[in-house]
Design a binder for this molecule. Structure first.
Ligand code: G4P
Length: 189
């Protein structure tokens, strides 16, 4: 998506060889015009897949997921992060390890919102190691839902997320794929 590439080139900052800062337009200050276009583009790609729900992970995935869900005319569901296991019969939960943030957390989904009739599109801002997306898929499978695919704004293709998902038979649609990051250097694929 050229619009997102241009924005990354003009406002994104490669903090080091692993991390791209996009807090001016995606995950701290959010540009609604850009998010509208992002939602339209992801929805257009998945429009014929009979998606019944869009699922994202709090917090940065919420904006693009909401705009995508609006375009598809379906609800958006936020997977919640819990600091520790919350004992609640209604919740499916799974442990996620974030290599980027160096944290473990419990991700949860209420059984009230997804069931065996759902075909779910997962939307998130970054794809790095694929731990978040594979955790989201585990939760959806616990709810007996099927997965239509994963829509990503920025894929860091030098990290193993895409491979991990594709090996599990999941389609990954990324608006932008980054092959390498370095000081003053952002290489797109
Ligand atoms: P994964 O999502 O592919 O499994 O990778 P990993 O666990 O390593 O990192 C996930 C978290 O790190 C996500 O935040 C993601 O947005 C963030 N992240 C990964 N790479 C980058 C990057 O290059 N730049 C920025 N700005 N963030 C990155 P999260 O845990 O979902 O939290 P939140 O920020 O959405 O609240």
């Amino acid at each position: 998506m050229q619009l997102l590439k241009d924005r990354i080139l003009s406002e994104g900052v490669a903090v080091n060889e692993d991390i791209l800062r996009v807090d001016g337009f995606i995950n701290h200050q959010v540009d609604p015009e850009l998010m509208t276009k992002i939602g339209e583009t992801i929805a257009e790609h998945f429009k014929d897949r009979q998606v019944t729900k869009v699922v994202t992970i709090e917090s940065s995935g919420i904006s693009p997921a909401l705009f995508t869900a609006k375009e598809l005319g379906v609800p958006m569901i936020i997977l919640k992060k819990q600091p520790s296991k919350v004992l609640n019969d209604e919740l499916y939960h799974t442990m996620i390890t974030s290599y980027t943030k160096g944290t473990n957390y419990e991700l949860t989904l209420s059984s009230r919102f997804v069931n065996e009739n759902d075909h779910v599109l997962i939307v998130d801002d970054f794809l790095a190691n694929g731990e978040t997306a594979t955790g989201a898929i585990r939760l959806l499978r616990m709810a007996h839902a099927t997965v239509a695919g994963v829509g990503i704004l920025i894929e860091k293709s030098f990290q193993p997320g895409r491979d991990k998902l594709e090996r599990a038979g999941i389609e990954v649609f990324s608006l932008v794929r980054i092959g390498a990051l370095g000081r003053d250097n952002i290489e797109f694929i």
